[in-house]
Ligand binder design. Sequence first.
Ligand SMILES: CSCCC(=O)C(=O)COP(=O)(O)O
Ligand code: MG
Length: 261
Amino acid sequence: MASVSIPACTSTLLLDIEGTTTPITFVKDILFPYIREHLEDYLSSHWEEDECKQDVHLLKKQIEEDMKQNRACPVHAVDQTVHTDEEKAIREVVENVLWQMAADRKSTALKQLQGHMWRSAYSSGRIKGEVYQDVIPSVKTWREQGLRVYIYSSGSVEAQKLLFGYSVEGDVLDLFDGHFDTGVGAKVDCKSYERIAERIGCQPEEITFLTDVTREAKAAEEAGVNVVVVVRPGNMELTDEERAHYNLITSFSQLQLMGRA
Ligand SMILES: CSCCC(=O)C(=O)COP(=O)(O)O
Ligand SMILES: [Mg+2]
């Protein structure tokens, strides 16, 4: 693929994670299975801790919201191994989390719990954050050219910091000026990009957003953000119309910053 120029007014690069800096397989085959495997044990051993209580509180609020919207999690009969109220409550949370994950939902409640659960997996060295080989050298070059680099992912800010703090390339957190998650709004909502520009202190037009998901690209464009769609192995196929509309790259090294050495 040829190089893609980004506008001379660009001051900030905003990067998605899954499918952009990081293979989708890392999320689907390593991070998510870890949650499914450890969820019940994690909840049982942390149930009385404040952080876990807050996570469960947020999940319950999400369930209430889902019920209002008729998106209720299917309720299964409680099985015979459940005896106490606590076991029942934990089983309900497990059912809900598994249901949300099966639908690949991006709710803040789900993402916050996942981030907390991955902490020990990363810090023990069991999991290392995967990053495509072109990512770190390109980010370093952009920074040398005076650009700011931020992350915007549906994964919680804590999960993002774990991924880059314990990455296959070592601790690369210093390369990023900041992180945004769904706390600023959904990635498919144009208002989120307006809020990010406001928080960073620039105009949306000064931001170039790199993502693999065209619904996110469309929302960012609506906000006035410049968009480049990243094509990586295993990413969702683009339609002919999308291919024609968006600037596409298969590697960050294809980005050319106009008017910069
Ligand atoms: C940040 S690590 C976990 C990835 C994740 O949970 C996720 O939903 C990825 O979403 P993205 O917005 O980076 O495509
Ligand atoms: Mg993505």
